[in-house]
Design a protein around this ligand. Structure first.
Ligand code: AP5
Length: 216
């Protein structure tokens, strides 16, 4: 099973991908996470993409295509892939077709999370993650069960993303509308798109995604 989770910043792609990793043993291929890891490690790639990411713009197609290839090549052939935040441009969508075909994989679904953009600013500016294991939380919608302690690993250190401020979020949304939303018709024509109301609770969205995947 290979699926794409598509939706604007804050739609819940990362949140839902981590549920699918837990429930189906699939691998999450988040280009945003890969780029942030490169920055944290201080690699030349990380230094090259830092300014673009902090502005809310998109890094080059070649960079993210290469990251996806490397990750797929490190996975067992029979492990399912969840593409989270990739593809984001028509060029990336065409690259993904070739990347999958070269590896004998086929795309099963493109799941679009439909959301109200005004609510997304609230979601994103309230988001924080465990500094140790990366588990995601929110100031109002998903707090740790014990205040200040990660549910997943027990760490007491949390962090917030530098691009999670209102101004950058607005730029990221504009990039989504201009460059990413237009790729949906490519997948609509192939009958692969399934649309979900992403404004439901996290659990309800998970149930709907799992119902779609389970039908395959
Ligand atoms: P990336 O990391 O991909 O960021 P993004 O697409 O802007 O998406 P987010 O991670 O902000 O949102 P999400 O949909 O995963 O939401 P989440 O589940 O966390 O990319 C960052 C940057 O990297 C880009 O700007 C670009 O520069 C670069 N980049 C990455 N990929 C690229 C590519 N392919 N090409 C070019 N450049 C690329 O949820 C958000 C919050 O809401 C959380 O706190 C969560 O708990 C909460 N929440 C989630 N679902 C719900 C719900 N149903 N109800 C209530 N709260 C919810």
């Amino acid at each position: 099973m290979n699926i794409i989770l598509l939706g604007p910043p804050g739609a819940g792609k990362g949140t839902q991908a981590s549920h699918l990793v837990d429930d189906f043993g699939m691998a999450q291929l988040s280009t945003g996470d890969m780029l942030r890891a490169a920055r944290k490690a201080g690699t030349p790639l990380g230094e090259r993409v830092a300014a673009v990411m902090d502005s809310g713009g998109l890094v080059s197609d070649e960079i993210v295509d290469d990251l996806i290839c490397d990750k797929l090549d490190s996975m067992p052939d029979d492990q399912g892939a969840i593409f989270d935040g990739y593809p984001r441009t028509a060029a990336q969508a065409h690259s993904l077709d070739k990347i999958l075909a070269d590896r004998g994989r086929t795309l099963d679904f493109v799941i679009e999370l439909n959301v109200d953009e005004d609510a997304l600013v609230d979601r994103i500016t309230g988001r924080f993650t465990c500094a140790s294991c990366g588990e995601g939380y929110h100031d109002r919608y998903k707090l740790p069960k014990v205040e200040g302690v990660c549910d997943n690993c027990g760490s007491t250190e949390f962090k917030r993303r530098p691009d999670d401020n209102e101004e950058t979020v607005r730029t990221r949304m504009a990039e989504y509308r201009a460059k990413t939303a237009p790729i949906l018709p490519i997948y609509d024509e192939r009958g692969l798109v399934r649309r979900i109301d992403g404004m439901q609770s996290i659990d309800e969205v998970t149930k709907e995604i799992e119902a779609i995947i389970g039908k395959k």
